[in-house]
Design a protein around this ligand. Sequence first.
Ligand SMILES: C[C@](O)(C(=O)O)[C@H](CC(=O)O)C(=O)O
Ligand SMILES: [Mg+2]
Length: 301
Amino acid sequence: MLHTRTTPAERRRALRARLATGRLLPMPGALNPLSARLIQDTGFEAAYLSGAVLAADLGLPDIGLTTSTEIAARAQQTTRATDLPVLIDADTGFGEPLNAARTVQLMEDAGLAGLHLEDQVAPKRCGHLDGKSVVPKEQMAYRIRAAVAARRDPDFLLMARTDARAVEGLAAAIDRAKAYVDAGADAIFPEALADEAEFEAFRAAVDVPLLANMTEFGKSPLLDARTLTDLGYDIALYPVTLLRLAMGAVEEGLRTLAAEGTQESLLSRMQTRSRLYELLDYERYTAFDAAVFDCTRPPGT
Ligand SMILES: C[C@](O)(C(=O)O)[C@H](CC(=O)O)C(=O)O
Ligand SMILES: [Mg+2]
C-alpha cells in the first residue's frame, strides 16, 4: 500500500547482486509509474526509464529538450510506485561535466539504482538516427570521472553509453568503452550495434557488464534472450516497448471508438476494473480507511 517496502540503497544492492549472478537481466522501460508496478507484478527484476519515453510522454522528440530536474521528478514518482531497481537514461548528463555530476546526485535523490551517460554532443539525438556526433573520448572520460566523484552511494550504478559505432566505427567504439571503464564506468551500453558479430566483438573486448539495447525499428537486430545469454550480455533493454504497445492499442481504440460510436467491441482488450484495482492494492486502502474511520467502535478501543 502507498509506500514501497525497500530503500534506494537496498535496491541498488539488489541490482548489483543480480548483475553479479551473470544471468541475463531483462529490463523493460516503464511508460509511467503504474506500468512500473506492472513490470514488477509480472516478475521482472528491474525497470528502466527511457529518455525517449520521458520526452514522448511530454509530447516532445528525443533531442535533449527535457531537463535533469524534469526527469528526476518523474523518476521519483516511478521509484515510489515500485520496489524494483530502476535504471535511468540520463542522456549526455545535461551539459558540462559539472552538470553530469549534479545529475548523478539528483538521480540518487530520486531513489534510482543507476543511470547511463552517453558520449554524444548536445543536443543529443536518438541513438538509432543518422547524423549523430560524439564528443572526443577524453571529454567523455572527464564526464564520467565527474559523475563518479559526485556519486555518494558506491552501489549506484554508473553506466557509460557510447554512440561511436555509428560515427567512428566498431573499433573506435570499443576503444572508447575501454577508456570509459578506466574512467570509472561500472558498465557499458554499446549503442546501435549492427549485427550479432558486433555484439560478440564488444563482449570479447570489454570486461564489465554489458547492456544490449533491443529497441524496435532501430539499427540493431532484435536478439532474443537466449541469444543474448549465449553472447554473454548482462542486461537486455526494452526501452520503448511498453510505450509502443500502449500507443498502438490507444490509437486503434480511438479509431474504433470514432468509427463505431461505442467502445463495446474493445472491452475484451481492456485491462478490467478489477485488475487495475488489484494492481493498485485498492482493497488494502479500503481496509485501512475502515480501521481508521470505524465509527461503530466505542472510543478508546
Ligand atoms: C535507449 C534510448 O536512448 C531511450 O531513450 O530509450 C533510445 C531508444 C529509442 O529511441 O528507440 C535510443 O536507443 O537512443
Ligand atoms: Mg535515450
